[in-house]
Every structure is written in C-alpha cells, then in structure tokens.
Ligand binder design. Structure first.
Ligand code: ATP
Length: 283
C-alpha cells in the first residue's frame, strides 16, 4: 500500500529560522507523533504540507498526490485540525455544517451532528461561547466527517484536560480502525503519544533528529546512570546524548553498545526529547 505522506528535502527560510532538508515518511495504517520544542518547526512543516506557506525547496506527496499540483484533490481527502481553530468564532455548528457541505464533496452531515450529540454540544451555540475542549472537539468532528483518509493535526490535545484528551484519543483509535487511514499529529504531550503513536518524528531547530517506529526507538535506547569514567569507556557510537553533573552522568544509550551487566533503564518519549534537546549531543 502507498504511503500517506512523503516529505523529501523540505526547506523553508524565515529570518532567524530555517527548516532544513526535512524528510520523513508516514505509511498508511500508522499514527505519527511529530514532536519538538516550541519553535522547532512543527507548524511550519504542517503549513508546508497544506500549502498554506510557500516552500523554498523539496517535494511533498500526500496520499500519492503532489501537495501543490493536486491541491484540490488532496484537500478533499485530508482532515485538518490547526492549533488556532479552523472556524470563525461567530458561527454555530449548524453554520459550520453548511460551510463544510459547500467545501467538501463527501461531507456527511449525519456523521457531524452525530459527533455533536456524542460531545453534548448544542448546535445553535456560537463557537465563541464554547470551552476550549468543545472548540477542539468541533474541529476534530469536522475533520472526521468528510471521509478523510489522512488526519493532519497541530497540537489537537494541548490545553485539554485528561478526560477530554482521552475522549479525543478514542476518536483517533476509531478512525484508525480502517487500515488505509493515517494520522500526523504534532504534540507536546508525550504521554498521549506513548498511548497512540506508531512512529515518532522529532524535529529540533528546523532539522529532523529522528523518525522511527516508536517501539524500535524504545527497544533500542535506554537511560544509563554512571560515572564519568564509565561513560568515557563506552563506545562513543553507543552514546546518543549525555548530561554530565557534579555527582555523576546520565546518558541516552543504545542498549546493544553497553556491557550487559550495566543497568540500563527503560526510556520514554519525553526523556528522549529532553536528552536530544538539552543533553550534550555526541553526533
Ligand atoms: P510551537 O510548538 O511553539 O507551536 P513549532 O515547532 O510549531 O512551535 P513553528 O511555528 O513552526 O514552530 O515556528 C518555527 C520558527 O519559525 C519560529 O522561530 C517562528 O518564529 C518562525 N516563524 C514561523 N512563521 C513565521 C513567519 N511567518 N515569519 C517569520 N518567522 C516565522
């Protein structure tokens, strides 16, 4: 089956910031967590995929189509949720339904209003009177109600309480029951990604630091607490990043490169992100 998303050599220059040669691939049937610190380039990458900004170089294929040449067909087949909301605050859900019906050939009002009912959202209430969670649920409901095959979402769970986040993750699970579907999801909430992501792509300072299946990542790496002498004795290729303190060292290591009798603790996505962002990097 073809890939849901292929980004090759994407470059975009702003004053004081550059996306540099960003490349990664999201297969169908998979959820990719797109992580990185504030200002790392996640939104710039997502806006490039959606052709909302003009890229300087590179190629992007979405569901096998060119994201610029085939923009209309691409937009029909993707569901988009952006950080700052997708609809005017003065609209209510009924007006969103009318607008979306005009924008999408495959708009399904019954599905959309089914979501509104499930979320307990009054169809006549204006978006400006929604809570943050309701606004996000409306955006997700709209993205899910036009037979999209790929969801592209910028921080869909940020600012939501754990209960609403869980409801939203359930929607994503339901969406992924079709093996032709895929999700690209930028997030700071790494615990959500621990639950749902099959792939992790990590961007730092405009460049991709890693893009790998989550399970492989967690199997390959671990955290080693050791002395400076022990760290110095290790093969440098096994040490991905380290923090050296007055009382010892902590390193993100490849398990295979560390002697078997040394205790290497399991690592989670948040620790990997912190090591690669704040630790000393040997590569
Ligand atoms: P966050 O997690 O805070 O949303 P992000 O990873 O999504 O961050 P981007 O929004 O992609 O980061 O921003 C990356 C960099 O590009 C930032 O330094 C930002 O100031 C810069 N930038 C974004 N848009 C513009 C623009 N239109 N003009 C100039 N610089 C911009």
């Amino acid at each position: 089956m073809d890939n849901a998303l292929e980004i090759k050599g994407l470059c975009k220059q702003y004053e004081g910031f550059a996306l540099e040669n960003v490349s990664f691939t999201l297969p169908r049937g998979a959820v990719m967590g797109f992580i990185g610190e504030n200002g790392a380039g996640k939104t710039t990458t997502i806006k490039s995929i959606l052709n909302l900004i003009r890229r300087d170089a590179g190629a992007i294929r979405v569901l096998g189509l060119d994201n610029i040449k085939d923009e209309r067909a691409v937009k029909e087949r993707i569901g988009v949720v952006l950080e700052d909301g997708c609809f005017l605050n003065t609209l209510n859900a009924r007006q969103v339904d009318t607008l979306m019906g005009k924008a999408y050939q495959n708009w399904h009002p019954e599905q959309f209003f089914g979501f509104m009912k499930r979320f307990g959202i009054d169809e006549r209430k204006k978006i400006k009177d929604y809570s943050k969670g309701m606004r996000m649920k409306l955006s997700i409901a709209a993205a899910l109600s036009h037979s999209a095959e790929l969801l592209i979402m910028d921080e869909p769970t940020s600012g939501l309480d754990p209960v609403v986040r869980d409801e939203v993750l359930d929607l994503f699970y339901d969406f992924m029951q079709d093996e032709g579907h895929a999700i690209l999801l930028s997030s700071h909430i790494t615990s959500d990604l621990d639950k749902i992501a099959d792939y992790i792509t990590f961007i730092h300072g405009g460049s991709i630091v890693l893009s790998e299946p989550r399970d492989e990542l967690l199997d390959t790496y671990g955290v080693l607490h050791c002395t400076a002498d022990q760290l110095a004795a290790l093969d440098p290729a096994a040490v991905r990043a380290k923090r050296v303190g007055a009382f010892g060292c902590e390193a993100l290591v490849q398990r295979g490169g560390v002697p078997e009798n040394w205790a290497v603790e399991p690592v989670n996505i948040e620790q990997i992100m912190l090591f690669l962002t704040r630790g000393e990097n040997d590569r």
